[in-house]
Design a protein around this ligand. Structure first.
Ligand code: ASP
Length: 463
């Protein structure tokens, strides 16, 4: 039994050498252990959900104060709001370019791999026969989306359509853009904070901090208070990260355990394995090729070292399936490990976590094309173009929460007149693929911070 002995020896050595300092390794071990426990003893694994929930809430608890104080500190660091133009333009340009590139990768992989062809036609027919009663696949899909996302049946019904009691609403690209503008502001800042709607909070923070930068000495106290709160919050994150291996173990064990317990996970994975493989291939390409190339090209940083520096954030994104909840760790890793300037991180990451979602965009485009293939309604070039545009907009509008992409994908399906109930085909594996796309989203945001850093005024990066 030399094998296990070597592992144990290595483990003892790792601990002796102060392995506690190597947090990434611990997180990785926790994650792998969680998957093993979930597959071997699903019922026991599910019991860890309380620990997972506590860790997730601890992270989420920091998000609103962190976003407000960090965006404001970022603006103060720049000194003068007029200096925001170039980095702001670069950030928006970067978000758009990478999202469009991701969508293109999504379309290309599905066109090449044709995963829709491998779906059992009987399964498709079964979904198609559904009527609007509580046993219908359409109803079950809505119920499941509502459960997973925490939305009400009315909210899901308003997008999915044809559901009691919601009303179907056709949305064209104009409506979608209109909604994106409406998402920027709120009539009640506290309600936005309560619902963790970060965009209005970011807009408010930019405006408020900009005004403060014009008020001279009389607001020095207030600015200091905001900056010091921000520094203190970063220290709280550092403390919290010590819990990450345990928190991540609980999160992953509970969710994978639940899926294994239901018995549907491995079965579904093999049923639409080709689709799962196609999505992971596309995300892998964007994660390992497109984004690293952009980073190397613009900043000349070594992309794979950068990936390692951001690994704690990437693993947390995989475990929480939420880029918003991961934000504290993403910011900490970007500043402390990857040494991206504070100003760039404080400005780019909160905004990126909300609107820059490469993984989600890629997934939505790929999934819609897959559904079209599966039901035998292959989309032509024009229709794929509509998918590309709406998937980009839908990803911008998706919140950084688990399975948000599933909701906004309904918009893409409607844009090309595909029946929304066929989302049932991908529903059982969505939570799993969500983890890969969230990690891609977070990596895209982090690279954005490094890219935008190059356009920051010198005084700001020296700050
Ligand atoms: N879970 C993703 C995120 O938080 C969004 C999604 O694609 O569902 O980034």
């Amino acid at each position: 039994m030399a094998g296990p002995n070597i592992v144990l020896k290595w483990f003892a050595e790792f601990i002796r050498k102060g392995g506690h300092r190597n947090l990434t390794l611990w997180i990785l071990i926790a994650l792998l252990l969680a998957v093993v426990v979930a597959l071997k003893a699903p019922e026991a694994a599910m019991k860890f959900h309380v620990g997972g929930e506590v860790f997730l809430n601890l992270l989420k608890m920091l998000v609103v104060p962190l976003v407000v104080t960090s965006v404001m500190s970022g603006i103060f660091g720049m000194g003068d709001v007029r200096k925001l133009g170039k980095p702001g333009g670069t950030a928006i340009g970067y978000y758009l370019c990478t999202t469009v590139l991701a969508v293109l990768v999504g379309l290309v992989v599905v066109n090449i791999m044709q995963p829709g062809g491998s779906v059992d036609p009987e399964k498709v027919a079964e979904i198609g026969r559904g009527t609007v009663d509580e046993e219908s696949p359409r109803y079950k899909v809505a119920k499941s989306i509502a459960n997973e996302t925490g939305l009400t049946m009315e909210e899901v019904g308003s997008v999915l359509g044809g559901l009691p009691p919601g009303e179907a609403r056709d949305q064209n690209i104009g409506d979608i853009i209109e909604n994106l503008f409406l998402m920027l502001v709120t009539d009640n800042l506290f309600k936005a904070a309560m619902d963790m709607e970060l965009l209005p909070l970011i807009v408010f923070s930019i405006v408020f901090a900009s005004v403060l930068t014009t008020m001279g000495k009389q607001v020095d106290g207030l600015k200091e208070l905001i900056e010091q709160s921000n520094t203190a919050l970063m220290k709280v994150i550092l403390l919290l990260m010590k819990l990450a291996p345990v928190g991540i173990f609980c999160l992953v064990a509970a969710r994978f355990g639940e899926a294994e317990h239901k018995g549907e996970f491995v079965e579904q994975l093999s049923q639409i394995g080709r689709f799962v493989g196609t999505v992971i291939l596309g995300l892998g390409f964007h994660f390992l090729v497109t984004l690293p190339l952009i980073l190397w090209f613009v900043t000349k940083r070594n992309p794979y070292r950068f990936m390692l520096q951001m690994s704690q954030a990437l693993l947390t994104a995989f475990s929480t399936a939420s880029s918003s909840a991961t934000l504290p760790i993403t910011m900490e890793s970007a500043i402390e490990k990857a040494k991206v300037s504070r100003e760039s991180t404080e400005f780019v990451l909160p905004l990126g976590a909300t609107i820059n979602m490469d993984g989600t965009a890629l997934y939505e485009a790929a999934a819609v094309l897959f559904i079209a293939q599966a039901i035998g309604q292959d989309l032509g070039f024009g229709q794929q173009l509509i998918v590309a545009i709406t998937a980009t907009l839908a990803a911008i509008g998706a919140a950084g929460i688990p399975e948000a992409g599933l909701i906004t994908m309904l918009i893409v399906l409607r844009a090309v007149d595909l029946p929304t109930e066929y989302i049932a085909l991908i529903l059982p594996v969505d939570w799993f693929l969500d983890r890969f796309r969230t990690a891609t989203n977070v990596f895209g945001d982090s690279i954005g911070a490094a890219v935008v850093e190059t356009t920051m005024p010198k005084s700001a990066t020296d700050h």
